[in-house]
Design a protein. Structure first.
Length: 75
């Protein structure tokens, strides 16, 4: 998400469909309490700065990190 890849690019990197990526993104947004990718990235940075934990009064959850790298292509 934070690599600024499109849903089809993420899907290609993970060998899943773009619909699957969309479903996972919606679930992530819901868990973070946001509506879009930029808000999710901002919220994730806030949580990481706070030690990767949810806010006071809520259960503590580690924020999972999924890194996707673009594959090298030959010309």
């Amino acid at each position: 998400m934070m690599a600024n890849l499109s849903r089809p690019e993420i899907a290609d990197q993970l060998s899943v469909s773009a619909n699957t990526v969309g479903t996972h993104l919606r679930n992530i947004y819901a868990k973070l309490g946001v509506q879009d990718r930029s808000s999710a990235a901002r919220r994730t940075r806030e949580l990481r700065a706070a030690g990767g934990r949810a806010g006071a009064g809520s259960p503590s959850h580690r924020i999972p990190v999924m890194r996707v790298q673009r594959s090298a292509t030959s010309s």
